[in-house]
Design a protein around this ligand. Sequence first.
Ligand code: HEM
Length: 489
Amino acid sequence: MTQEAHVTQGPLTTEAGAPVADNQNSETAGVGGPVLVQDQLLMEKLAHFNRERIPERVVHARGAGAYGTFTVTRDVSQWTRAAFLSEVGKETETFLRFSTVAGNLGAADAVRDPRGFALKFYTEEGNYDLVGNNTPVFFIKDAIKFPDFIHTQKRDPYTGSQEADNVWDFWGLSPESTHQVTWLHGDRGIPASYRHMNGYGSHTYQWTNGAGEVFWVKYHFKTDQGIKNLPAAEADRLAGTDPDSHQRDLRESIERGDFPSWTVQVQIMPAAEAAGYRFNPFDLTKIWPHEDYPPIDIGKLELNRNPENIFAEVEQSIFSPAHFVPGIGPSPDKMLQGRLFAYGDAHRYRVGINADHLPVNRPHATEARTHSRDGFLYDGRHKGAKNYEPNSFGGPHQTDRPLWSASAVSGSTGSHPAATHAEDNDFVQAGDLYRLMSEDEKTRLIENLAAGISGVSRDDIAERAINNFRQADGDFGKRLEAAVQALRG
Ligand code: HEM
């Protein structure tokens, strides 16, 4: 649909629907006199304008979204009883919001930053949200570090700018970030567009089949457009001259019928293999190497419809890692567990207690049947129905069937670090990633990292940052140290 199709007919009105006589001149006491309070059109316009903005997302503020279709291409019923995945050929409506992480609402798209990949499946058993990134791993492995981490990516409280000191101080002191920081400074660190990048669920999630058997899964969305990235200098130019480059690219490609698509894959680990796996399978700083658990094609995701109103459908869209459907659930990943709380809380603050009722957010293939009521902007959807349960008036009732299977736990409560398995340390997979790169790619990686690290004000911060890469791979560390020295003099 194009913008021209949205023309409305009839005279201009006030919010209450009364016709407006003059929208050019406010009402005054005589010609040249002061403005009158009885000019309620003026009051209403100014007051509404003052309230146009809602709080931007505290992270991922900058983004673009589109609707689409997910189609199952492989029978996965042996692993999950999720109804929307139940048969080959089954289609489910989706909404996907892409984003950058650190920039504010008006920031440029072409920057070195992970890209958000937040996907809502409007299934017949409720909305299932998969709130991932374009990276298979993350910088930290415990939610308690997230606010500190994001503070280092955002503006400094004193200078008001993003500071290299804060970024590299935190990364240097958080060696578990080495894998993701290597990824981010490699060729895929600045995608050419939202269409030319992969998406990942990143965390491990639980799938449960009809017999209650548990599988741990990781999701991959492989772009059918091919991976395309921007070299650092080209990205700098584009960010300065065309800040909306990603957003426009997505809208225009859908407008011209060139619908972007992704091949959806999962890696599947039977639950019994988790305890003995060489890496902690719930550690978000690690991937599962494909030779251990090969990705299996299960579906196709296509984006084919632009939102009609960016504020209503993109700014007010909400995605929560806690939105599961029967057959899919969380893993004990400590990051994911923290996220299960953080998103709903953010939505209640940012959009309000009835955010789930908005057209983009509510279930499309079923209805929400709760006993929650009222609050700001409640639309009266429940009409006169009883608002408590149990009730004997035929109201909605519990199913007695949990969405996912229980996990066994042991030990005592405490602030435990994530468990390490046989081959776990903070550097092993960063080293593997480095050694996988071609010589040219390594050179660009070192240049990108050195450009960042050389911006810090203190040698000890630079040295600690370099030391993480040294531990990942000796050659990596040596070359980076020389490159940083050359820039810092
Ligand atoms: C414990 C760590 C994390 C916390 C506490 C956290 C918290 C948040 C919050 C509060 C928002 C804003 C939500 C809103 O206002 O609607 C957000 C957005 C987002 N986060 Fe996280 N986050 C964490 C880690 C991650 C990770 C690991 C990923 C990806 C794998 C991720 C992907 C996203 C995406 C894609 C969005 C944007 C969603 C949208 O488009 O509306 N976050 N996060």
